[in-house]
Design a protein around this ligand. Sequence first.
Ligand code: SF4
Length: 273
Amino acid sequence: MAKPNRTDVPRSRERDAAKAARAVKIAEKLLQHYGEAECALTHANVFQLLVATILSAQCTDERVNKVTPALFEKFPTPKSIVDSRPGDIENIIKSTGFFNAKAKNIRGAAKVIMQQFGGEIPRNMEDLLTLPGVARKTANVVLGSGFGIRGGFVVDTHVTRLARRFNITNQDSPEKIEQDLCKLLPDADWIGLGHAMIWHGRRVCSARTPDCEHCPIADLCPSKGLAPDAWKSAKIKNAAASAKRSRLSANSTVGNRLSARGGSPRRVRDRKH
Ligand code: SF4
């Protein structure tokens, strides 16, 4: 009988220590695989990174990268943004969606940077969170990719989906997912692993068609072979257990048929794979 691999273990039964060890192994493999991963938002300085990250809400990085060259050419500094005329920023960033709210946040952030921080981007979480339009995700991008400071873990839509598929968190809110990731993973990896998870989410473990067959961490992932949306359901552990039962039942049915004919179930399994 084939040795059960760890993905056959129902998610609910995994002990905390085993989960932590598996999380670290996933991190190691992802970092090996996506060692060159970096922030996809084009920027020449931390202020530009801040603005690009505000623009990336509900928008792709590709779209943001199309509008920022014109925006940064016309408004390269916080002061130039504060001095901009109504409509100037909105017209340039229109295609990123929610452009009125985003323009308001960019102007508001530039104003606070000028008035409270002497024109410098704050280098700590507490101060960054005082800027309009900046929540923990944006602040972590600025700290990690802008300053190389490990303030926390960037939790975007890809990281949320992957962390749930990996079953290293069962939380819904980005703040709580970040807490779980920071508890499980070494802080030295937070910045690189955030990029690696986003790349893995874009290239392999996509929302609609995860490519489990070619996934470098498939042997560590309890969602291997499950429906793309299974992670959203509290019943995911049942889905994993049921997938296991189906596999066992299929093998046993084939085995019984072959035994009745005098064949070898082992050889059939070998041929199948
Ligand atoms: S095995 Fe599938 S679900 Fe798991 S990380 Fe890989 S692609 Fe995603």
